[in-house]
Design a protein around this ligand. Sequence first.
Ligand SMILES: Nc1ncnc2c1ncn2[C@@H]1O[C@H](COP(=O)(O)OP(=O)(O)O)[C@@H](O)[C@H]1O
Ligand SMILES: [Mg+2]
Length: 259
Amino acid sequence: MPSTNDGAIRIDSVSHHYGSGGAEVTALGPVDLTVDPGSFLVLVGASGCGKSTLLRLLAGFEEPSQGSVQVAGARPTPGVTAGVVFQQPRLFPWRTVGGNVDMALRYAKVPRDKRIERREELLGRVGLEGTADRRIWEISGGQQQRVAIARALAAETPLFLLDEPFAALDALTRERLQEDVRQVSAESGRTTVFVTHSADEAAFLGSRIVVLTRRPGQVALDIPVDLPRTGVDPDELRRSPEYGQLRAEVGRAVKAAAA
Ligand SMILES: Nc1ncnc2c1ncn2[C@@H]1O[C@H](COP(=O)(O)OP(=O)(O)O)[C@@H](O)[C@H]1O
Ligand SMILES: [Mg+2]
């Protein structure tokens, strides 16, 4: 298990541009944000406001044009700082379910004699016990996304990042996966950053919700959430007036920030 101290995020005066000269696009910023270890931060905002850019900076896939991004006091390193889940599962179709998780465990240098146990534990966590030998094409889109989540958790990275991971799934599957990600994130103790444009999803998942303005994305609103994180029936949570109010507040804020 990662220590719960190692997932602190510090974003200082970060802006990010793409292209150069007349074709330069400022995608993001300036943004200042500090995130406590173990938080479930949801970034919500209209399409094109820079959410994926911010996530890529946190993963270390890109360096900010200005300012600094630090995770546990250091610059993010791709593959080391964060496990990432994208909108598409991006699995290796010629490998089995277990094979896809195994690759991530090998990459994370988990010793061979520990790998099977660890793989089964990860598959169990995402509700896929007993499926290691299945082929990727034999399982549903929702199950494929579960494999992608297990893979992202394989290396014990301080961050768990998800970029609109459920946008392509049907409503019912999306709700089940939201419930599981909420749980898995709490169990793992990792700092989670989840990007979405859905106010419903943000309200259900976040322990903190940051609403971004339209491009270049800046923090429009920073909402702490005190809905219970564990020991609560998800359907009950979704029916609660507190959730309803929060969802409405986030919905209004996203609309206002995009205007
Ligand atoms: N690699 C890139 N090159 C040029 N422009 C980009 C690139 N990636 C993103 N952008 C632009 O930066 C802005 C923010 O993009 P992105 O971070 O993907 O937003 P979001 O995830 O919120 O939809 C958009 O205007 C997008 O077109
Ligand atoms: Mg995006």
